[in-house]
Ligand binder design. Structure first.
Ligand code: C3B
Length: 788
């Protein structure tokens, strides 16, 4: 603890939890720093192939505890602090949780970075160091209010600014190709707006393997050579804006120039630094495909393709054909959604003005694509799939055309890409398409978030599951061990107590820990159907009001969800849930039989508190819409049973754990597409033919739920007047039937915990280590530690 004394020259008791966190952070970095240097040296000396994972979002979560775990220091540090009268958890909670992402996409990127380090893969993250992360959510009068997330206010112990590795990124101006004496063409620029990209590196510590990889996040600054007085405040602001805020939109492309500038900014800086690093050790570019893999996480970093072309041609004098073959061999792309509004496109005029040289290259990719493919596939298909079309640059198509691999994130999702969303491109490049089902970092989501469970697993099946996730299946041997099942209940209860204490503190709601904790945690989106869950809560409420004396299994409905600030409908659903919670939680007749807790500001850290306490995992998206989902895997690994539609990776979870251990319901993707094709979905019919459903829906507009006059009407109309785009009413009956089955089954705790155990045992399949090993083998072609 000399660390605290030297840093703060104050006694421990005078240091704030944040100060203690900073001191511990420095301590961890001292251990880890030597690994970091050694790792970089080893990769250099062995000339190991590097993977660069480009993502506009990263949600790493707090790092102190995870770094200490991975360094093997957690127990020692905790015990040492205890001796000093300090509580490690309090200190750890003082660390800001970097909100550099919206949801699943950003968290997946973080889980994969963790796995790459733990598998000894030379993996590098490349993203944006947003000055403000995703907004902090508070509720005022039940409405979402967004506050800025000033996460860097007190600095960041983990990052290192590497000014010597900065790059210039060019926007706007004019560009032309000037013939050179040697016959080559040189790109000439004038009147460009240059900005400086400065990298901040964070070490990502591998699990017990002395490996530390790098997450490189770029921050914008004024270019150094410029006479700074030359910039007006407006110009400075315009530059600052590039890395100022994360777009708070999940799966919507806003079509704004600033977003495009962000995308080119981190793509260009990242590729420049890759090539610079590569160039230090290699003669010429020939080996590029053998030494480098660049992964495009969703379409946002797609401009790495024309940017690499630019650098290879303009700076390294490659011919088009050589540059193009190299580029394709390096690039791979993951698609994360089939929602049309999320397929990014940019108006050509805007794109051309902002990125003139990149536009020339995209136009040439387009021209050559048309030339080569029209004779084979015909003009119609080529028009539909070319990078340029309808006055737009089509990012997903560019990503497919410029990569050697395109993958979806769950089997159903990949099939839908091939059959529907990217069907035409699948005709052209069938061999590029493959599936890589998502995975989660079991280390964070079980070992760290649920230490009581992790310790019990160690005691029963040994520690090997911590590195070999498939070992979890050996747990099945204890399915009939009553003592073990009782221990599972006990651990769940303990985790529920921790969550209940938080809910009491933040929302002043009393939760009973013998109730079913029924959890839905994810972004608020119409397709994820928080609304269906709401209808069930209204049904339960009305049932209690009808029969106040009847025996019911007590229930707690827990929500965590942020809505994009501009997503009006999603915000109305938030208001509805909060209004309903208010009504139910304060109704003496309901008492503690039914509670609703919408926990504000859901993010990685709250996930770590909520997930271990869940009995039911709500995964109720309209079939076909959720590409994979990953909270479904985290909840499963913590012994929650899925209440799930046959969508995304739910299908694979149900298959892995067994249908008898989950609660599946609802339309299949095929049935949903059937409705689309026939055009014969009539939501009103469900309303008219099901009196219970009618009664539930009417509460939205008849004053039963106070305070939602406009929201209630809007939501009611979305279902009945505008024909229920996401088939909520079609799935109502099968969903509520499963909810009733859950209520009955929960009373038999032995059987319930057997199902929980089956879920934990099957969850190893969804380990990010395994997913990353598949990416490494099939796409990146890089070696990795053995994992099974
Ligand atoms: C999400 C999808 O909505 C999830 O189904 C999926 O599990 C994750 O990605 C990870 O693959 N997604 C997201 O969070 N943001 C997007 N822009 C697109 C997809």
């Amino acid at each position: 603890m000399a660390e605290i004394k030297t840093l703060y020259a104050t006694t421990l008791s005078d240091t704030s939890a944040y100060g203690q966190f900073v001191a511990l952070g420095h301590l961890a970095r001292r251990y880890d720093g030597s690994h970091w240097t050694k790792t970089s040296k080893k990769y250099r000396e062995q000339d190991q192939k590097q993977v660069y994972y480009f993502s506009i979002e990263f949600l790493p979560g707090r790092l102190l505890k995870s770094n200490l775990l991975n360094l093997g220091l957690l127990d020692t540090v905790r015990a040492g602090l205890k001796e000093l009268g300090l509580d490690f958890e309090t200190i750890s909670a003082a660390e800001p949780d970097p909100g550099l992402g919206n949801g699943g996409l950003g968290r997946l990127a973080a889980c994969y970075m963790d796995s790459m380090a733990s598998l000894g893969i030379a993996g590098n993250g490349n993203g944006i160091r947003y000055r403000y992360g995703l907004f902090k959510q508070v509720f005022m009068d039940g409405y979402q209010v967004e506050l800025p997330d000033d996460w860097l206010r007190n600095g960041n112990v983990w990052e290192i600014r590497r000014e010597n590795k900065s790059c210039l990124v060019r926007f706007g101006g004019n560009v032309w190709m000037q013939p050179q004496p040697d016959g080559t063409l040189k790109a000439m620029y004038e009147n460009t707006d240059d900005v400086l990209a400065v990298p901040y590196d964070t070490g990502l510590v591998g699990y017990h393997n002395d490996v530390t990889n790098t997450l490189r996040l770029w921050s914008v600054e004024l270019p150094p050579s410029a006479d700074t007085t030359y910039y007006s405040q407006a110009q400075r602001d315009r530059i600052d804006d590039i890395t100022k805020v994360l777009y708070p939109d999940d799966s919507n492309s806003e079509g704004q120039a600033l977003r495009l500038r962000q995308e080119y900014f981190f793509s260009s800086a990242g590729v420049q630094s890759i090539i610079r690093h590569y160039g230090l050790r290699h003669q010429g570019m020939k080996e590029l495909g053998k030494k480098i893999a660049i992964h495009i996480n969703d379409t946002h970093p797609t401009l790495v393709i024309p940017e690499l072309m630019r650098i290879l041609m303009d700076e390294h004098h490659c011919t088009w054909d050589v540059a193009w073959e190299l580029t394709k061999s390096v690039m791979s792309y993951t698609n994360h959604t089939i929602l049309q509004e999320a397929l990014e496109t940019w108006p050509i005029d805007m794109f051309k003005g902002l990125l003139p040289r990149i536009y020339q290259i995209v136009a040439e990719i387009d021209r050559r694509y048309r030339l080569a493919k029209t004779p084979v596939y015909g003009e119609a298909l080529v028009n539909r799939t070319a990078p340029l079309g309808d006055g737009q640059v089509r990012m997903a198509y560019l990503a497919v055309i410029g990569s050697h691999s395109v993958n979806g994130v769950a089997p159903l999702h990949t099939e839908l890409l091939k059959d529907d969303v990217l069907r035409d491109l699948y005709q052209v490049y069938p061999e590029r398409f493959n599936n890589k089902t998502n995975g989660i970092a079991t280390r964070r989501w079980v070992q760290l978030a649920n230490e009581p469970l992790a310790n019990l697993l160690d005691a029963k099946i040994g520690q090997s599951w911590r590195q070999q996730p498939s070992q979890l299946k050996t747990l099945l041997a204890y399915q009939d061990d009553p003592k073990f099942l009782a221990q599972l209940t006990q651990i769940k209860t303990q985790n529920k107590q921790a969550l209940a204490a938080y809910v009491k503190k933040t929302l002043d709601i009393d939760l009973r820990t013998d109730a079913i904790f029924d959890v839905q945690i994810k972004r608020l989106h119409a397709y994820k159907r928080q609304l269906l869950h709401v209808l069930e809560i209204i049904r339960e409420y009305l049932a209690i009001k009808d029969h106040p004396q009847a025996q019911v299994t007590p229930r707690v409905h827990i929500f965590g969800a942020k809505a994009a600030p501009s997503y009006h409908y999603a915000k109305s659903i938030i208001k509805l849930i909060n209004a309903l919670a208010d009504l139910i939680n304060h109704d003496p007749e309901v008492g503690d039989q039914l509670k609703v807790a919408f926990i504000p500001n859901y993010g990685v850290s709250l996930g770590e508190l909520i997930i271990p306490a869940a009995d039911i995992s709500e995964q109720i998206s309209t079939a076909s819409k959720e590409a994979s989902g990953t909270s479904n895997m985290k909840l499963m690994a913590n012994g929650a049973l899925s209440l799930a539609t046959l969508d995304g990776a739910n299908i694979d979870i149900i298959q892995a754990a067994g249908n008898e251990n989950e609660y599946a319901f609802g339309l299949t993707a095929k049935a949903v597409y059937g409705y689309y094709e026939r055009g014969d979905y009539h939501a009103v019919d469900f309303y008219n033919s099901n009196p219970e459903l009618k009664r539930v829906l009417d509460t939205l507009i008849d004053g039963t739920i106070p305070g939602i006059t406009t929201e209630g009407r809007e939501i009611y109309d979305s279902l009945l007047r505008y024909n229920d785009e996401f088939f909520v009413l079609a799935d109502y009956e099968s969903y509520t039937q499963q909810q009733q089955a859950i209520g009955a089954d929960f009373n038999d705790q032995t059987t319930w915990q057997q199902k929980a155990l089956a879920n934990i045992a099957a969850s190893g399949v969804f380990s990010a280590d395994l997913a990353v090993a598949r990416y490494s083998d099939d796409i990146w072609q890089v070696p990795h530690a053995q994992v099974n």
